[in-house]
Design a protein around this ligand. Structure first.
Ligand code: AMP
Ligand code: FE
Ligand code: FE
Ligand code: ZN
Length: 280
C-alpha cells in the first residue's frame, strides 16, 4: 500500500519509550510520518519527556507534534484514563506532579515484582528497568519481562493471567481520581479528553462530573470501539458539548491492534480542541 494511503492524517493518542511504548520518540514520529500522519499527539503516561525530540523529528518530516500526556487513574470508575492536550513541557509545577505519579508507578511495579517472585515467577526488577530504558514504568514492561522468561505465551497472556486487575500479581495504583486528573490538566492550561471510554465503569454517571471539572473531549474514535460504541460516544459528545477525539493508542507491541494513523479523526478536531484552551 502507498505510504500516505496507509494511515489517516491525525493521531491523537500515541506512546513512546518515554513511557510504555517500544519506540523512541524519534522513531515513533518517523513511523507516523511514513503512514501519512501529519498531526500527532505524543501522549506518554505521566510524562512529557519525549516531546522535545518528537518535535525535532516532526519538524524534519512535516508532522505537527501536540504535547500531551495520558493520566491513568485509580477509583471506583474502572480504567478511566485522561488525555491532556496542549500542555507545556516546561511547566515545572506540572512536572512535579507528574514526577510524583511516575515515582508511584515505580513503587507499584516493584511491589508487583515482589508479588510475582513470591508466586514463583522469577522476574528481576533490574531487567524490568532495563526494558523500560528510563521511561515511566508500567505493567507493559512487566508483561515483556514475563514473556521473555517464558512464563506467559504472549504479552496479552501476561495481563489476562497475572497482572490485570483481579489477577494474582496485581497491585492497585496510587494516583489521581478521574476528576483530579481532569482538574490537573485544566489547572495547567491543557485540554482534557477522556481516553477509550469503553474501559470506564459507570461512564454515564462519571461523564457529567468530569464535564463539571472541565472535561473538553471524549475519545470517540478508537480501534477497539465497535461502530455502535463510536456512535454512542458521538451522541454523548453532542449532548455534553464535548469534542470527539481519537487515536491509535499505538505502543509498538501490537497491543490495541491499531497502527499509527489507523483510526480516522475528523480534520476539524484540532481546531475544536484548540478553541477549548483556557476554558475551565
Ligand atoms: P499501567 O499504567 O502500569 O497500569 O499499565 C497500563 C497499560 O497497560 C496501558 O497503557 C495499556 O496499554 C496496557 N494494558 C492494560 N490492560 C491490558 C491488557 N489486558 N492487555 C494488554 N495491554 C494492556
Ligand atoms: Fe500504555
Ligand atoms: Fe489508556
Ligand atoms: Zn494510551
Amino acid at each position: 500500500m502507498d505510504a500516505i494511503a496507509a494511515g489517516y492524517a491525525i493521531d491523537l493518542h500515541t506512546h513512546s519509550l518515554r513511557s510504555d511504548g517500544a519506540l523512541t520518540p524519534e522513531d515513533l514520529v518517523r513511523r507516523a510520518a511514513g503512514r501519512g500522519v501529519r498531526i500527532q499527539a505524543l501522549s506518554d503516561h505521566d510524562t512529557l519527556a519525549g516531546v522535545a525530540a518528537a518535535v525535532v523529528t516532526g519538524n524534519e518530516l512535516g508532522v505537527r507534534i501536540i504535547p500531551a500526556t495520558e493520566l491513568n487513574t485509580e477509583s471506583e470508575w474502572g480504567d478511566a484514563h485522561v488525555l491532556g492536550y496542549f500542555i507545556d513541557p516546561a511547566d515545572a509545577e506540572l512536572e512535579d506532579r507528574l514526577r510524583w505519579l511516575r515515582e508511584n508507578r515505580g513503587r507499584r511495579i516493584e511491589l508487583m515484582v515482589e508479588k510475582l517472585n513470591v508466586l514463583g515467577y522469577a522476574v528481576d526488577l533490574a531487567r524490568v528497568l532495563d526494558i523500560a530504558q528510563g521511561g515511566a514504568l508500567g505493567r507493559p514492561h512487566l508483561a515483556q519481562a514475563l514473556f521473555e522468561k517464558g512464563y506467559v505465551k504472549s504479552y496479552d497472556d501476561a495481563f489476562s493471567t497475572l497482572i490485570a486487575k483481579d489477577s494474582p500479581a496485581y497491585v492497585q495504583r496510587v494516583g489521581l481520581t478521574p476528576i483530579e486528573a481532569v482538574t490537573l490538566v485544566r489547572e495547567h492550561g491543557g485540554v482534557p479528553s477522556l481516553a477509550h471510554p469503553g474501559t470506564v465503569v459507570g461512564l454515564d454517571e462519571l461523564l457529567p462530573k468530569l464535564v463539571a471539572a472541565g472535561l473538553a473531549g471524549i475519545e470517540a474514535y478508537y480501534g477497539e470501539h465497535t461502530p455502535e460504541m463510536t456512535a454512542r460516544c458521538l451522541d454523548r459528545a453532542r449532548r455534553l458539548d464535548l469534542v470527539p477525539t481519537g487515536g491509535s493508542d499505538f505502543h509498538g507491541r501490537g497491543e490495541h491492534g491499531t497502527d499509527l494513523g489507523g483510526v480516522f479523526v475528523p480534520p476539524e478536531t484540532i481546531e475544536r480542541l484548540e478553541s477549548r484552551r483556557g476554558r475551565a
